[in-house]
Ligand binder design. Structure first.
Ligand code: GLA
Length: 394
């Protein structure tokens, strides 16, 4: 089913739920935002390194309407959860973590002088939740688009990225980098984003899905560890930086080090910290090479980099899990596979495979073996790229 068809199908339902729950009167407008898929550059963004990423053609749709009574009404169709609160008293609530994203957007807008008088917002996500395709950045973006659209406030794309980024860091409390929000807002159809997170130099690299396919394989393994382990990795990176500065390295961030520097640094850091650093430095190098390979349309070689990235993540950065490693071993047997890597933060969620083609029977076989060993349900679906956030029908 095309994403337009899925979107159209959900519109009626969204409008119905919004009016049933929050009042019949008033026009409902519709907004959308996509998820993202990182192609390479795992955990490099907060180390001010390099990333390559695109949107995915899976969207979050929101139906929205302003209110004038200071009430915020939220409803998630996926989770069947409804929240009614005073818009002046927003605080993060672990019991409804999805609602923290729109709340965070409203709170960040308020901090920059944009008051929301009241809002009804009903969302439906085609982006699998908790699978590392950044349904969170999608939810931030769609909430922001709805509010700005309804209030008729102009804002540059860079400012929108910043509002979403701050909502996630300040309100939700996830100390993420800029990868997700930047990609969701600057990606778009048939495009891969190359971004240097230090200088903010970036490029849109055109791609066509005529010589390769991207296959997302959801391990069915939740991401309970992400928040704590992600914070721990950030802390480890801070320790590495401090230690190297104390030892005389005049660097502003870890991504200023090269693969050559690694040789002499090996004895200067604890083994675990050295492995973390080795991942960041080699991953930056892989992003640079991958950029060239995409420009040359050399997808088999790009696949090899995916696999190198996977091994580096799993062995050095340790953001894989035994279930993901097992699944990766099974998937490595697929004919037509050029390479695969861990999506997003890791510690569960999805793997991304770069394939020439795929045979459904082979994937079904993998699914069976994976279930036998882990009792987890694997899902898979090919993805392409999606649109930047905005109002539906624009
Ligand atoms: C999550 C974060 C991003 C990035 C990735 C890992 O998706 O939100 O900022 O750090 O993990 O590359």
């Amino acid at each position: 089913m095309s994403s337009e068809k899925r979107a159209r199908d959900s519109l009626e339902l969204i409008e119905f739920q919004l009016k049933e729950r929050f009042g019949k009167e008033g026009e409902v407008r519709f907004f959308r935002a996509c998820g993202r898929l990182d192609w390479l550059g795992s955990h490099t963004d907060y180390n001010l390194g390099l990333i390559l990423a695109s949107t995915v053609d899976r969207e979050i749709i929101a139906g929205a309407r302003l209110r004038d009574d200071g009430v915020l009404n939220l409803y998630s169709l996926n989770l069947n959860q409804e929240i009614r609160i005073n818009i002046d008293q927003l605080f993060p609530d672990p019991a409804h973590s999805w609602a923290n994203y729109p709340k965070g957007i409203i709170s960040e807008l308020k901090a920059s002088g944009i008051e929301v008088p009241g809002l009804d917002l009903v969302v439906y996500s085609e982006i699998p939740i908790g699978a590392n395709l950044s349904s969170s950045a999608g939810l931030e973006a769609v909430s922001l688009e709805a509010i700005l659209g309804l209030l008729e406030v102009q804002m540059s794309r860079w400012e929108r990225i910043q509002v979403c980024y701050r909502a996630e860091n300040n309100f939700v409390g996830m100390p993420c980098g800029i990868l997700d929000q930047f990609t969701v807002y600057q990606g778009g159809q048939n495009t891969v984003i190359y971004l240097d997170c230090d200088t903010l130099y970036w490029e849109r690299i055109p791609i066509q899905f005529d010589q390769f396919q991207l296959l997302v394989i959801d391990s069915g393994k939740g991401r309970e560890l992400v928040k704590s382990e992600y914070s721990r990795r950030r802390e480890e990176c801070r320790q590495i930086y401090q230690s190297l500065r104390q030892q005389g390295y005049k660097i502003a961030h870890l991504s200023q080090l090269s693969v050559e520097d690694l040789k002499e640094i090996e004895d200067k850091l604890e083994p675990v910290l050295f492995r973390r650093l080795r991942h960041i430095i080699t991953e930056n190098q892989r992003v640079k090479k991958a950029r060239e390979l995409i420009l040359e349309k050399n997808y088999p070689a790009l696949g090899e980099l995916f696999t190198e990235g996977y091994l580096s993540s799993s062995r050095d950065y340790e953001n894989s899990l035994p279930e993901l490693d097992f699944l990766a071993r099974l998937l490595n047997q697929l004919s037509g596979l050029w390479g695969l890597r861990i999506a997003g933060a890791g510690w569960g969620g999805c793997l991304v495979a770069l394939v020439k083609d795929f045979a459904q029977e082979e994937l079904e076989e993998v699914k069976k073996k994976y279930y036998e060993k882990t009792s987890l349900e694997m899902k898979y679906f090919p993805v392409k790229t999606g649109d930047i956030p905005g109002e539906l029908g624009e």
